[in-house]
Design a protein around this ligand. Structure first.
Ligand SMILES: [Mg+2]
Length: 228
């Protein structure tokens, strides 16, 4: 049986930060140049930010970021408009899944944008980038429990806390795509066996390596059974 691999979308294969940065530049240029007005009173929505996909630092104040999110989520089918983290990465995942008979599922915590459901928008984006019939699972809460319930072999994600969750709560190998420095991660990741890679391409190479090891193990077992 082929490997069962889950891949996160934003920050892993989809470049949400770049898309948000481009929109912020267009829409908020004046806001950036002028003296910032007073931030609006906290309406309690700030807590929602924790459920949103992580972004690189866009140089925005928290309430500016809130305003940007509000604007972006009103864009019809926003989730179909993002660039890839690395050109051709989605097509490469399809190719690997074909060649190595992997079951691939894409997981995300994306909030709802105008237009189609998050699941359909994400599927449209993946299909457009070269993945046929993509499975997209919109999760809330622990990815570790999802990895465990779906009996996954590997999970690729750009968030350290998600990877830790997977490493602790499941038997799947957690592969972190991490552009920052290794010291920023803390010892828990090493202790729990999270594999850290500098790009999605390297993370996929790691899964290929896992696949080779697994196949090698199966071949050795067969040979042993045959007395060879
Ligand atoms: Mg992510």
């Amino acid at each position: 049986m082929g490997l069962r691999v889950a891949i996160d979308l934003d920050g892993t294969v989809a470049d949400l930060s770049r898309a948000m940065h481009d929109i912020a530049k267009k829409k908020f240029r004046k806001l950036q140049e002028a003296d910032p007005p007073e931030p609006p009173a906290d309406n309690g929505e700030g807590t929602l930010a924790t459920a949103r996909p992580a972004l690189h630092d866009l140089g925005l104040r928290p309430w500016e970021l809130e305003r940007l999110w509000t604007h972006v989520l009103k864009i019809r089918n926003f989730w179909t408009t993002l660039p890839e983290m690395e050109d051709g990465v989605v097509a490469r995942i399809q190719q690997l899944a074909d060649e190595r008979r992997w079951d691939v599922i894409f997981i995300t915590t994306r909030p709802l944008a105008a237009g189609n459901t998050t699941q359909v928008q994400s599927q449209q984006w993946l299909a457009e980038k070269g993945f046929r019939h993509p499975s997209v699972y919109v999760v809330k809460g622990s990815r570790g429990k999802v990895a465990s319930a779906l009996d996954l072999d590997a999970v690729i994600d750009d968030r350290p806390e998600n990877c830790l969750d997977v490493a602790i709560d499941s038997t799947a190998k957690a592969i972190l795509v991490w552009h920052g420095s290794f010291e920023d991660l803390g010892p828990a990741h090493v202790r729990h066996g999270v594999v850290v890679k500098a790009s999605i391409a390297e993370a996929l190479d790691e899964v290929v390596q896992m696949d080779r090891v697994k196949r090698g193990g199966v071949m050795r077992s067969i040979k042993r059974l045959l007395g060879k």
